[in-house]
Design a protein around this ligand. Structure first.
Ligand SMILES: C[S@@+](CC[C@H](N)C(=O)[O-])C[C@H]1O[C@@H](n2cnc3c(N)ncnc32)[C@H](O)[C@@H]1O
Length: 570
């Protein structure tokens, strides 16, 4: 009987002479040695063949195969999977390299639980030419989640930082689980579809240690490169890869045996919704939401006996469900890691931050990261920090936690604590976030007792002497005595035209030069927020600059004082 090693490593390669030695050396130097390494050479025209034969001669664990012609990456990946054996399979790129404990760490994780099907580690991506660190991939972990949640988690990670979750594809798989979702299709984003399908089979784990290094560039740098490497010529696959990917995601959802039919329906709706939200401009997404609400209402009637219903993912109730689940802490931690590595590298470390990010209610993680970044950009300036519109105080607690170490700063919280006021004629409903049917129906909503806000803030030991709560409708309190003399940063989240206008007028006088204001709901929920910000900017173009975040971060506007148009930071 022939001996079968525990791990089969597959290395597809085409013209890899420059880096393949480093990859092979680091695999042969692994502290776990019971593996075979199958190299499939896609008819390289450089020295790859000679190098591989030299290594195969030296180490009997290496087997080298050569194709007559280049069949593309996907084909070659499938080939090394078929040619290799072993309970576990690892796909190794010829230009990556690994720390000596990479394999043993992944194996330990995989053997710790039946339900884990894929293990990887954090990965450094470097520029191929200069070796400069480009980003750190924190990977994906879906431990403890049910099939539907795992799929959602993976897809959310994919959408939040596309380049930040790629390396797990090159992790170590349980072969039986991987076989169920093979072969890899020949299209751009094929690894995403494979991993989404695999996420339904079992859990992923990313060990939070940098044990792998990837050269970013070459094939992965553009769709054109990927299409070329895959030998994809179909224009639909090149021009609309994410649309095709979504169609396949839908197929994956409906073909799996891991979900019951009602779960498939809700997941398919969620997936499509998420796709439109990430890849299209907001008006199209809004239209989809409006149209889909009608059939959703009808379908909900039909689904009621089965005990399931469609839920809009941005609705307050769904968000609260999410918040109740502490397992989302891991997801938030990963988002935070992606953001601080890629976009907000100057953000100081704060050990309590992720706990408070998990508890946010109306504020998404993308927006929260912008709030934190601009807060820290402004906090050294003269003045206090304010939040206009507090509700349950979840964002207030996040702000308080960051302000805590700045002894001379107070946190000012303005709210009626009676909920939203009557909307004005400038407030037209654009997103019916609570499904109330009209903007008028929102009067009195988002009401939360001041005591519960205080207790939320006391949980982080923020000194009461530095907490200034101004209770009452802003139109009245703004004429009172209890107001900050100077403000360095403000978060304005009043939702409606009139109170936002009042807050902005106050801030235009009291904000320090260089300070910033984030106004939430720009172009979202009520039209009033965008109208008032646009009007304010038209009147203040000489002393304020407006920055709009990328779509994925949320609907808000950042107003920075003292920056002339087009000469400030962005
Ligand atoms: C969207 S909620 C704030 C959410 C909060 N910023 C957060 O991130 O969790 C809007 C809040 O603004 C308050 N509000 C709206 N208009 C107001 C006004 N004219 N005066 C005082 N408070 C107002 C409401 O009571 C409500 O609590």
């Amino acid at each position: 009987m022939s001996y079968e090693p525990l791990i089969g490593i597959g290395m597809p390669v085409y013209n890899g002479e420059r880096h393949i030695r480093q990859a092979l050396d680091s695999l042969l130097a692994q502290d776990y040695g019971d593996f075979e390494l199958v190299i499939s050479d896609n008819a390289s025209t450089d020295e790859t063949q000679q190098i591989c034969l030299e290594y195969a001669e030296r180490d009997k664990r290496i087997r080298y195969y050569r194709n007559e012609r280049n069949m593309g990456i996907a084909w070659n990946f499938n080939r090394v999977f078929e040619l290799s054996s072993g309970e576990y399979f690892m796909s190794a790129c010829h230009d990556d390299w690994w720390a000596p404990n990479y394999l043993s760490s992944c194996l330990e994780a995989l053997s710790s639980s039946e339900s884990i099907v894929l293990a990887g580690t954090m990965c450094k991506s470097i520029a191929p030419e200069t070796g400069k660190l480009l980003l750190i991939d924190h990977g994906v972990s879906t431990i403890g989640l049910k099939a539907r949640e795992r799929f959602k988690h993976y897809k959310l990670m994919l959408h939040c930082g596309k380049k930040n979750v790629g390396s797990i594809f090159c992790g170590v798989y349980k072969r039986d689980a991987l076989r169920k979702v093979m072969p890899l299709k020949n299209m751009i984003g094929t690894d995403h579809v494979l991993l989404a399908e695999l996420s339904l089979q079992g859990e992923f784990i990313t060990i939070q240690e940098n044990l792998m290094t990837k050269r970013y560039g070459g094939t992965s740098a553009s769709h054109k490169n990927v299409a070329h490497a895959l030998s994809v010529t179909n224009p639909m696959l090149i021009r609309c890869p994410y649309f095709v990917r979504e169609v396949l995601m839908q197929k994956v959802i409906f073909q799996t045996d891991k979900l019951a039919l009602p779960e498939k329906v809700t997941l398919s709706y969620w997936s499509l919704n998420n796709y439109i939200k990430v890849h299209f401009i907001p008006p199209l997404h809004r239209r989809f939401q409006t149209i889909s609400r009608l059939p959703a209402k009808m379908v909900n009637k039909l689904l009621k006996p089965l005990g399931v219903k469609f839920t809009r993912i941005c609705s307050q109730s769904a968000r609260q469900d999410v918040v109740k689940l502490s397992k989302y802490k891991e997801l938030i931690r990963q988002f935070h890691g992606c953001f601080t590595d890629s976009f907000f590298c100057d953000l100081p470390i704060n050990k309590n931050r992720c706990d408070l990010l998990v508890k946010l209610l109306g504020t998404g993680i993308g927006e929260a990261m912008y709030i934190l970044a601009f807060l820290h950009q402004s906090i050294k300036l003269d003045g206090d920090v304010c939040e206009f519109g507090v509700a349950q105080g979840a964002t207030s607690a996040l702000l308080a936690n960051e302000v805590l170490s700045f002894d001379n700063k107070c946190l000012w919280l303005f709210d009626s604590f009676e909920g939203l006021p009557k909307p004005s004629s400038k407030d037209k409903l654009i997103d019916d976030i609570f499904n109330l049917g009209s903007i008028e129906a929102y009067q009195g909503r988002m009401c939360c007792p001041v005591e519960s806000v205080k207790s939320r803030i006391s949980e982080i030991s923020f000194p009461t002497s530095r907490l200034k709560i101004v209770q009452g409708f802003i139109e009245e309190t703004i004429t009172g005595d209890l107001l900050p003399g100077k403000v360095c940063f403000a978060y304005v989240d009043f939702d409606f035209y009139q109170p936002i206008l009042t807050a902005l007028n106050f801030l235009s006088e009291h904000l320090s030069v260089g300070g910033s204001v984030i106004v939430d709901d720009y172009g979202f929920f009520s039209s009033g927020a965008k109208t008032v910000v646009d009007e304010f900017m038209a009147a203040h173009s000489h002393d304020f600059k407006m920055i709009l975040p990328p779509d994925w971060a949320g609907h808000f506007a950042i107003l920075v004082k003292g920056s002339r148009p087009n000469n400030g930071s962005s």
